[in-house]
Design a protein around this ligand. Structure first.
Ligand code: FES
Ligand SMILES: [Fe+2]
Length: 339
């Protein structure tokens, strides 16, 4: 297998793949509140109006550059604290107290959506051309989700994402007695890449045979990757699947900042709510298992797949997929004349 060299986008520090990136947990932006958000070098604000809608704007007021997170939400607009100019969710100026009419100016607004208890930010040119990352099995299904964990890894998000398809390391790092064979497939017109395991649980040990009875066919291990930085994992016996979304974004200093989301389908009523709490708790423990053991590796790795072998096929497929995705240049700084 040829080595993967001259990568244009994979692991790049000055390019970012177009797509949805996690911004802030929905619960952190209560109604009528505003929060600052730093995405790479870009300073933004996230605010939620009275109507419950979340908006993301560039942080600096177009009048004199005050940070809008110092301001306050009024109705569905945000008012700058410095001279009280007001802007709506599209960033358009709606009020200047000392003028009879607002000026026709605007602060840049960003596309934002909420899903799985998270505010997602569209990073790309133009309007969003793909859905917010979702668990394929739960497409169009109502869900309960919890933002269960936050973490920082000392390498690019693309490198962290590889972990879930690194079949060799499941034996070496995690002592998993199952050999996985991950079959790739494009979905969403090639915007996302999915893998499904095709192997059955081995039968040489009694406890493996016992677990195997809960799987009609292959051991469920389904993955989906979105813009190389978000990955879903679905595991569990046929009668009960657990879903985890690892949402990552790059930082300006070359790290990966992430959130672990645990997700299950919505169950109705009080009992359903209790069951879901328990299931999401179990999912969280499973998610921790995935992260355990790799932490040290991500502290020091300098990713370069120089000698791939057959067992690295899924990794090679992922790297090729990521390298073909459209990217935008994000390496600019906001002017800030403040002292
Ligand atoms: S700086 Fe915002 S209103 Fe003047
Ligand atoms: Fe791992």
């Amino acid at each position: 297998m040829p080595a993967q060299t001259n990568l244009a986008v994979f692991g790049s520090k000055d390019k970012i793949i177009e797509g949805w990136y996690w911004a802030i947990a929905s619960a952190e932006v209560a109604n009528k509140t505003v929060k600052p958000l730093k995405f790479l070098d870009h300073e933004l604000v996230v605010f939620r109006g009275e109507n419950g809608k979340v908006n993301v704007l560039d942080a600096y007021c177009p009048h004199m550059g005050a940070h809008l997170a110092e301001g306050r939400v009024e109705g569905n607009d945000i008012r700058c604290l410095f001279h009280y100019w007001k802007f709506d969710g599209k960033g358009e100026c709606t009020d200047i107290p000392c003028l009879p009419k607002p000026l026709k100016i605007a602060v840049k607004a960003w596309h934002a959506e909420e899903k799985y208890g998270m505010v997602w930010l569209w990073v790309g040119d133009g309007v969003p051309n793909q859905p917010v990352p979702f668990v394929p099995e739960l497409k169009d299904i109502e869900t309960d989700a919890v933002v269960a964990n936050s973490f920082v890894k000392n390498c690019h998000p693309h490198v962290v994402m590889i972990n879930a398809i690194d079949v060799q390391h499941f034996a070496s790092v995690h002592n998993l007695p199952v050999k996985l064979n991950l079959v790739p497939n494009d979905i969403e017109g090639g915007k996302a890449l999915v893998f499904a395991n095709s192997t059955r649980i081995p039968t040489e040990k009694w406890w493996l045979r016992a677990i195997g009875r809960f799987y009609d066919k292959a051991l469920t291990y389904d993955l989906s990757y979105w813009n190389g930085s978000n990955g879903t994992v679905t595991i569990g016996p046929d009668f009960l699947h657990f879903h985890i979304l690892f949402a990552l974004r790059p930082t300006a200093d070359g790290k990966a900042e992430g959130r672990t989301l645990v997700i299950t389908k919505k169950r109705s009523g009080f009992v359903g709510a209790v069951v879901n709490r328990i299931l999401l708790g179990i999912t969280y423990v499973l998610g921790k298992y995935f992260a355990k053991g790799d932490t040290k590796i991500f502290q020091t790795i300098r990713f370069e797949l120089k000698h791939p072998i057959a067992q690295d096929a899924a990794i090679m497929r992922f790297v090729q997929h990521v390298d073909r995705l459209p990217h935008v240049s994000w390496g600019f700084r906001q002017p800030n004349m403040g002292g």
